[in-house]
Design a protein around this ligand. Structure first.
Ligand code: FAD
Length: 326
């Protein structure tokens, strides 16, 4: 089990955590980023990398993936240590006020910790008929469209992700079929209209009842919930876009002040535990709005307050990155 010593450990490599890692370097702090996922980018990488985002300052429109790549480029000079595919599990406060965090793989000793854990570790809602087909054609997210080029893709779900992926896979997949158990969709009407205009087959009031194949999915069977009639479809990629359940998991056991699965912070992003801060979607205070752009500001505030907690002689406000203008 490796041990790392850093000034600031950031738990969660979503947009808030990535921006926080840039800012930690700007304040001269060494920084590590830990995340349960295999790739940085949080909800954006996992759920909507191909989606255009319109409300991030400075970009009239930016694709999720490009925003994360820009954040990684911006963070690079801070040389963050990425500790991916591991979950922050335990917290110990040491006599000198530093904090020791362990995951299932590593130990990190940090002078301060910032939790940017978003909605927590998220787990996709299962598609019972496809149980056991993970890694053999069943996916819950489509972070990379090209993985499914030339395939018969069946998407199950009626939300934005299901419809976005149908639209985006249509030009490269052999076929795209969307199956939903209702005849109404949660997705935005404009996206639904786009799917219809492309002629993508929409099968409503139906459920996937069976998945078959040898080492990989080859066919799925679905049943009309009214007539009980069953039909088969060729399928090599089955996308279960049924949403996810989020769980802040081990963080809930750390003695933090938690309200509705969010960590209560003050205006300096301090939690109730000394030298432990929270920012981004996981933090809450009166008037909180969970937006990427808000998370950026909170991450900067958390890093500046963490810097003062580590070194009480440091200035809270470090000046502007552009330096002084004479
Ligand atoms: C479909 C969709 C569209 C959206 N569109 C927009 C939009 O247009 N504009 C906008 O502003 N916002 C949008 N959002 C919301 C936006 O994505 C979130 O506000 C943003 O991702 C929050 O960033 P974050 O860094 O706080 O957390 P997250 O992005 O949730 O990242 C948190 C990370 O922490 C990790 N983590 C959690 N617990 C642990 C632990 N114990 N150990 C290790 N790692 C942990 C998770 O794996 C995750 O990677 C959208 C969200 C969705 C789902």
């Amino acid at each position: 089990m490796a041990t790392h010593d850093v000034d600031i450990l950031i738990i969660g490599a979503g947009p808030a955590g990535l921006y926080g890692s840039y800012y930690a370097g700007f304040r001269g702090m060494s920084v590590a980023l830990m995340d349960s996922l295999e790739e940085p980018g949080g909800q954006i990488t996992a759920m909507y990398p191909e989606k255009a985002i319109f409300d991030v300052g400075g970009f009239s429109s930016i694709k999720g993936r490009d925003l994360i790549n820009n954040l990684l480029t911006q963070a690079k000079p801070s040389n963050p240590k990425f500790l991916l595919n591991q979950t922050a599990t335990t917290l110990k406060q040491n006599a000198d006020k530093s904090l020791t965090i362990t995951s299932e793989k590593e130990t990190v000793n940090a002078k301060a910790v910032i939790i940017t854990g978003g909605i927590g570790r998220f787990t996709p809602r299962p598609l019972p008929a496809a149980d056991g087909w993970s890694g053999k054609g069943l996916v819950h997210f489509v972070p990379k469209m090209s993985d499914h080029a030339g395939k018969d893709v069946v998407i199950v779900g009626g939300g934005d992700s299901a419809f976005d992926w149908a639209n985006e896979l249509h030009p490269i997949a052999k076929s795209v079929t969307l199956i939903h158990r209702r005849d109404k969709f949660r997705a935005h009407q404009a996206t639904v209209d786009q799917v219809k205009a492309l002629g993508i087959e929409l099968i409503t009031e139906a459920e996937v009842t069976k998945v078959s194949g040898s080492s990989h999915i080859e066919k799925i069977e679905y049943m009309n919930s009214k007539t009980k009639e069953t039909k088969e479809l060729n399928c090599q990629t089955l996308v279960a876009a049924l949403g996810f359940t989020a769980n802040i998991g081990p963080l809930a056991e750390w003695g933090l002040n938690i309200e509705s699965r969010k960590i209560v912070v003050d205006s300096g992003m301090h939690t109730n535990i000394e030298r432990l801060f929270a920012a981004g979607d996981i933090s809450t205070y009166p008037g909180k709005v969970a937006l990427i752009s808000v998370g950026f500001g909170e991450a900067a505030t958390a890093v500046n307050n963490a810097t003062v907690a580590i070194n009480p002689e440091a200035h809270l406000f470090p000046g502007h990155s552009s330096g002084s203008v004479e």
